[in-house]
Design a protein around this ligand. Structure first.
Ligand code: G6P
Ligand code: MG
Length: 602
């Protein structure tokens, strides 16, 4: 991937400085006035700029998905401004005259943060910033927006599925020109800049009213407040057959429930499922987006989306149950009394995509999954003769493959599913995929007939491919030193275990610390997870999470394959009991961490 000058022809303007006294007409909403100022102005946009002294702040290193910290930390001193200025410094001259997009998941501090970022964008020579109304834009919607509007990049204010509010988390990340999370080459550079930053370039302009769609200009700088849903919806309409979906969703014998967890997808779900596809308004649960997500933990998994799980396991359960996370990129898919493991979901989508989804009607270019993700997708790739890629954890690793036309559908065990229509994982996309599969498979079933269910789709898949039982145990907020010691111990077990070593009934084929060489740009990512692969294809993997915000989160991933027809519907925890014991024994996890039980089981 070419880093800088990616859209070289687009904006030759330079952010040179002019210290001339500037008389700058300002139109802010209905107000119109003239600012007289002696501060510097960008040559590109003729906006007055204050150079505000600042000092480096420790610990501004970007993790798996941007910078995430406690909201109070983000609100303190120049914490947010330092990071954003460091980003602009890292991008250098490239930003002058460019267009930026901005939005977030609506969490606490988002609107205030947006005002700071607008001023920094103007002060650093951008000529335009799009801001989602009320500073809102779901992560996949931002990716779609950047691509449709050919923006230079976008800033997403989100800590994803982490709780929000004054005592909880805030976050920010940068997505680049193709709508993809910034690659490590950029995030490393940003971090470098945070350690030596001395000046913030803040435009001396008033706050913008973000509650109304419209354009406000300050000299040559433009702020356009946009509907955060329209572009995303337009992209989804290019992927799916909305006519077929509407006909299915409005069937009297179909029901769905989507739990927005009081996070950003509430308004999107209303616009897409209810207004476009005709789902009943009561299909959307917790649809009002709140700055603290109603005090919840907006992570769509069996633990945190428990209201939805309870509903789906009750007699009132819908045919399709789904949930999305804080910023709308994750998804969980449920049938009636049935959970689709994310590793299976991506494989089932890939297996059915060509028949059920217009965007894929020419077939898939290739598929990819992250290393710890269960290997059902591998079997689909083999059967369909598709290129297959195994990447490290983190959506950013799919970007190059997609840009190079090598990957159409990809997914992660961490409730992420997506495709090359954008460069982020996409919760609502996954739900629309499942709706498309159900609509297609039921197209000849008369109303009142025996509908093909989510569980039937899974059973058909397992019947064809066999089943990769998968489970992930999370041990959240462990003491960091203890977690590191455990990982060191596992490394020593790997070093002492040649192929053929027996672990209980399992015979080791290979064990390593996963390393990935990007086939497109040759970049190497090391230390991406300690894995044990056994001769029957079973796997045990240990990683430390890159997204936690307190202590260390240990993730233990377990997988075992069967094509024994009698066992296909077994409960995963029962099927995996023996290998889970092997994993706990070999890692001495309980001994090192003092944890008897995981905090989350997927
Ligand atoms: O296991 P972690 O490092 O916490 O990452 C878990 C997940 O976090 C985010 O959602 C990233 O976008 C994913 O790509 C990643 O799989
Ligand atoms: Mg997310």
């Amino acid at each position: 991937m070419q880093l800088l000058g990616k859209r070289a022809g687009a904006a030759p303007a330079r952010a040179g400085r002019s210290s001339a006294v500037a008389k700058i007409p300002v139109v802010a909403g209905s107000r119109s006035r003239v600012l007289s100022t002696t501060v510097m102005a960008t040559a590109a946009t003729q906006v007055p700029v204050k150079e505000v002294p600042t000092k480096p702040i420790d610990g501004q290193k970007t993790g798996t998905s941007g910078l995430r910290k406690k909201t109070k930390v983000f609100m303190s001193d120049n914490y947010l401004a330092n990071w954003v200025q460091s980003l602009f410094n890292a991008l250098g001259d490239e930003v002058a005259g460019q267009t930026l997009a901005l939005g977030g998941d609506g969490r606490y501090f988002g609107k205030e943060a947006a005002q700071i970022i607008v001023k920094l964008a103007a002060g650093n020579g951008f000529k335009k910033i799009y801001v989602g109304k009320d500073a809102i834009m779901a992560t996949p919607a931002m990716s779609a927006f950047i691509r449709r509007r050919k923006a230079y990049g976008g800033l997403i204010m989100s800590a994803s599925h982490n709780p929000g509010g004054p005592e909880e988390d805030f976050g920010i990340k940068f997505n680049y020109t193709a709508g993809e999370p910034a690659p490590e080459k950029i995030t490393d550079k940003i971090y470098g800049e945070t350690t030596s930053i001395s000046t913030l370039k803040m435009a001396d302009i008033p706050d913008v009213d973000l509650s109304k769609v419209g354009v406000t200009t300050f000299g040559g700088f433009e702020v356009e407040v946009v509907d955060p849903i329209a572009d995303y919806l337009a992209t989804l309409k290019e992927v799916f057959d909305f006519g077929m979906l509407k006909a299915f969703v409005t069937r009297a014998d179909f029901s769905m429930v989507f739990d927005a967890m009081h996070a950003v997808t509430g308004p999107y779900a209303k616009a897409i499922f209810v207004e476009e596809l005709g789902a009943k308004p009561e299909s959307i649960k917790n649809g009002v987006a709140l700055p603290d997500f109603g005090g919840g933990h907006p992570d769509p998994n069996l633990t945190y989306a428990h209201d939805l799980v309870e509903l789906q396991w009750s007699d009132a359960g819908a045919m399709l149950g789904a949930a999305s996370d804080g910023d709308g990129d994750r998804n969980m898919i449920l049938g009636k009394k049935f959970f689709v493991s994310p590793s299976d979901s991506v494989a089932m989508i890939a297996a059915n995509a060509q028949a059920c989804i217009p965007y894929f009607k020419g077939g898939l270019k290739g598929v990819a999954r992250s290393m710890p993700t269960g290997a059902a997708l591998d079997r689909v790739a083999a059967k369909l003769g598709l290129p297959f890629f195994e990447t490290p954890t983190g959506w950013k690793f799919f970007g190059n493959l997609m840009d190079a036309g090598k990957c159409s559908v990809c997914g992660e065990e961490s409730f992420g599913t997506g495709a090359d229509h954008i460069r982020e994982k996409d919760g609502i996309f996954a739900v629309l995929c499942w709706l498309s599969i159900l609509a297609y498979k039921n197209k000849d079933v008369p109303v009142g007939g025996q509908l093909v269910t989510v569980e039937d789709v899974a059973a058909e898949f397992w019947g064809t491919y066999g089943r990769n039982f998968f489970s992930r145990y999370d041990y959240e907020a462990c003491e960091s030193a203890a977690a590191e010691k455990m990982m060191d111990h596992v490394r020593s077990v790997i070093a002492a275990s040649p192929p053929g070593t027996k672990f209980g009934a399992f015979e080791l084929a290979t064990a390593d610390d996963f390393e990935y060489t990007d086939p497109i740009d040759g970049s190497v990512a090391k230390g991406q997870g300690l894995r044990f692969v056994f001769t029957d294809g079973s796997r045990i993997i240990f990683r430390l999470s890159g997204t936690g915000s307190a202590g260390a989160t240990i993730r233990m991933y377990i997988e075992q394959y069967t094509n024994d027809k009698a066992r296909l519907k077994e409960d995963a925890q029962v099927a995996l009991k023996d290998i889970i014991k092997v994993a706990l024994d070999l890692s001495k996890l309980q001994e090192f961490t003092g944890r008897e039980k995981p905090t989350v089981i997927t």
